[in-house]
Ligand binder design. Structure first.
Ligand SMILES: *[C@@H]1O[C@H](CO)[C@@H](O)[C@H](O)[C@H]1NC(C)=O
Ligand SMILES: *[C@@H]1O[C@H](CO)[C@@H](O)[C@H](O)[C@H]1NC(C)=O
Ligand SMILES: *[C@@H]1O[C@H](CO)[C@@H](O)[C@H](O)[C@H]1NC(C)=O
Ligand SMILES: *[C@@H]1O[C@H](CO)[C@@H](O)[C@H](O)[C@H]1NC(C)=O
Length: 400
């Protein structure tokens, strides 16, 4: 007992200046919390020729340039496809983690990951990836939902207010992380010797856990805590926004080249069989979309996967053809951050700035920091986002 009290006291001291590495996240003394989202880094391509390692070196340069330009984010999010697992080798697939996180370790920054469809492959175990990440005190990535079907990176992180006395006070913000899976099961083959595809949506067991855990948090703290969601593959709502409602380059600034975008449930039939040729979309992300509009306080859902889409869209209507009505939640893509993976759109990383004061009005600020140092797509995700006009984002490409 005494030991527990001493440990707690020491922990509180360590947190009083700035959240210590691996400890609970906290708003700064100025009441701000900034997140740098890197997505689709795709490390580990073509290790057998000079091209692959050269891409990885360039991706590391992107990480360093963005982190130098943004004075000091409070958290880095790796929003899926850290590694191109189809190209890596069984014996060292997860070792790419060491290269990816080196810039965060050097700066003493904590990070939290979601895994993407390339992070779970025949030669790359996403469970082993988590173990490799968790060797570092700065890794906040967890796995809170058990079971083969759940995937790995399903968890939440509380963010406490500046100057609050954890662990008694309510968090000011909750960050949810979901695993949209995809790719293949690790070292599994079917009777014909083929790799076994993993479904590419957030599993229903995870959606049930999300609702249950949200109920628990709401009950425990007797209030709705605002939250953000990170998931690699976007839902059908993003696709409907793009193809039915349409993305306006001034109202929803961003690159919109991946048209129609790839979504959860793509290439799967409604009965759960994998058939890319016959089934464009099986609708399995409906339970997640329902949870996203029914759970109050979700301010934004951040995805990657579609390297050529970088906009945010406020889902506040019933888009024609859909039976789920948006409640104003902002659906955002980030920016392709890696030199691995398809496309030559200029690399960068979405930044999200949460201010304690603005949180009360349900507002977030966000922009994309490019590897060139420029900022594009700086918008306020407030009540009228989608109505104001902003400068259009130039569709720049880089060929280094
Ligand atoms: C993994 O192993 C391959 C094959 O031996 C090698 O080419 C590659 O450089 C290794 N990657 C890392 C990150 O060690
Ligand atoms: C998996 O790793 C093994 C051993 O390094 C390698 O021979 C094989 O080519 C890799 N890729 C796949 C898809 O099996
Ligand atoms: C997905 O979006 C399309 C419009 O792009 C819509 O017709 C369809 O009903 C939606 N499906 C679900 C399950 O939301
Ligand atoms: C939302 O932000 C924009 C840009 O800063 C601003 O022009 C607009 O008035 C804001 N809307 C509200 C409701 O505050």
């Amino acid at each position: 007992m005494r030991h527990t009290i001493v440990t707690l006291g020491t922990a509180l001291l360590a947190h009083s200046a700035r959240a210590s590495l691996g400890g609970p996240l906290q708003f700064s003394e100025e009441g701000t919390f900034q997140i740098s989202i890197f997505e689709d880094l795709h490390f580990g391509e073509n290790a057998w020729e000079s091209w692959g390692p050269a891409q990885d070196a360039k991706s590391i340069t992107v990480l360093n340039k963005v982190l130098d330009a943004e004075s000091r984010p409070d958290l880095v999010v790796l929003n899926g496809d850290l590694i191109t697992g189809e190209n890596t080798f069984l014996e060292n697939s997860t070792s790419y983690v060491d290269q990816i996180v080196a810039p965060f370790v050097a700066r003493g920054l904590p990070w939290a990951s979601t895994y993407g469809n390339h992070d779970g492959q025949y030669n790359l175990s996403s469970t082993a990836l988590l173990a490799r990440e968790n060797k570092y005190p700065g890794s906040l990535t967890q796995s809170m939902v058990p079971g083969r079907e759940a995937g790995v990176t399903n968890y939440y992180l509380p963010v406490y207010g500046s100057g609050t006395r954890r662990p008694w006070s309510a968090p000011k913000l909750i960050l949810w992380f979901f695993d949209s899976r995809g790719g293949s099961y690790f070292q599994e083959r079917d009777d014909e010797g083929n790799e076994v595809p993993r479904p590419n949506w957030v599993d229903y067991s995870v959606v049930r856990w999300f609702r249950r855990t949200n109920n628990y948090l709401t009950g425990r703290y007797r209030k709705t805590i605002p939250s953000l969601v990170f998931v690699h593959i976007p839902t059908n709502a993003s696709r409907a926004a793009q193809t039915v409602d349409g993305i306006n380059e001034y109202r929803e600034p961003g690159i919109n080249d991946d048209y129609a975008l790839a979504q959860q449930g793509e290439g799967w039939c409604e009965d759960g069989t994998n058939d890319n040729a016959q089934c464009p979309y099986g609708g399995q992300d409906e339970p997640l979309m329902e949870a996203l509009v029914e759970i109050p306080g979700i301010l934004g859902v951040f995805s990657g996967h579609d390297h050529g889409d970088t906009w945010c869209y406020k889902w506040d209507t019933q888009i024609e053809g859909m039976n789920i009505k948006g409640n104003g939640v902002n659906l955002c893509f980030g920016q392709h951050s890696g030199y691995g993976g398809y496309g030559n759109w200029i690399r960068g990383a979405r930044q999200v700035l949460v201010e304690e004061k603005a949180l009360k009005r349900g507002e977030l600020d966000t922009w994309i920091r490019l590897e060139s140092g420029d900022v594009v797509g700086s918008v306020s995700l407030n009540a009228t986002y989608g109505e104001e006009l902003y400068p259009a984002t130039p569709n720049d490409k880089t060929y280094l």
